[in-house]
Design a binder for this molecule. Sequence first.
Ligand SMILES: *Cc1c(COP(=O)(O)O)cnc(C)c1O
Length: 352
Amino acid sequence: MSKFWSDIVHKLTPYVPGEQPKLDNLVKLNTNENPYGPSPKVINALKLEAADSLRLYPDPNSDALKAAIANTHNLNASQVFVGNGSDEVLAHVFQALLKHSRPLLFPDITYSFYPVYCGLYDIEYQTIPLATDFTINVDDYDEPNGGIIFPNPNAPTGIPLALVEIEKLLKKNTQSVVVIDEAYVDFGTESAVRLINTYPNLLVIHTLSKARSLAGLRVGYALGAPELIEALIRVKDSFNSYPIDRFASAGAVAAMQDVEYFETTCRKIIATRTALIKDLTQLGFDVLPSGANFIFAKHTSKDGAELTAALREKNIIVRHFKSPSRIAPYVRITIGTDVQSQTLIKALSELL
Ligand SMILES: *Cc1c(COP(=O)(O)O)cnc(C)c1O
């Protein structure tokens, strides 16, 4: 607290990201990063970018990157908005499209950055409880609102929602924007991108941090009708007109173009997930269905906090959420390599 702070700063409750410890030889399964490095083509593109041209500002419109993204998704560049990680894209979405006189709706258990942005931009919100099995029931969102947002698959549960359910919501909720945050969609969840040309009220958010192994580069994007994209560009150009630097642009373009590398690593992670769920179930874990590169699991004999602390002693980090109390028994485990899974299973067999 300080007399120099603005009123809004006094009231903020900032987001707390998962730990990034400065220690080697940890099995780091806490922040849903990809266990595989980016495509070699990305590394090559970054090397080429380390040149005299860095003295020049990057392209303020990120045309090359927008073209690569539009091409990936069979859309037009006017349907693409890019930012410094999807967290920045989301920040602009909250200000440009979700700040209205009626409350924003999102699940009670979801990505914890959403209420933080509501605090920053002074947006009223209402949380909608997940069903007892932690699924989203779209009928629960049938009330006056200034927008609806949730991740698909949801975080931190990992549970995917079928596309027919999202379409049902889009058909009912035509007076405000429905934002689907698809940070983890490439790990086996149906994407809503194919609905974009049909529904002007749909905005889909993607990131290069998870499936494309580029969390360190900070690139994310939004896909939607040109009218929605224009609102985001207006906010961006009132904030920072050069958000994507030359490295981020070059690396992201190469990552979008290397489809084969992307598909291979996603397939490997899905296979590791299937094997890990089987092993955890044998150890007595109850694992929620996952369409993501992480799983949400609980054990009958040890609660989430105890398990997280005990694994930490063995140099394995997973993520635990204290609240709401409904999810306190669970731990969220990022899918790593097969070797990391084996290390985890060995540690758990000793603990339980
Ligand atoms: C990881 C994540 C993001 C943020 O991704 P960045 O592009 O790294 O900012 C957004 N939404 C959800 C649900 C996430 O899990």
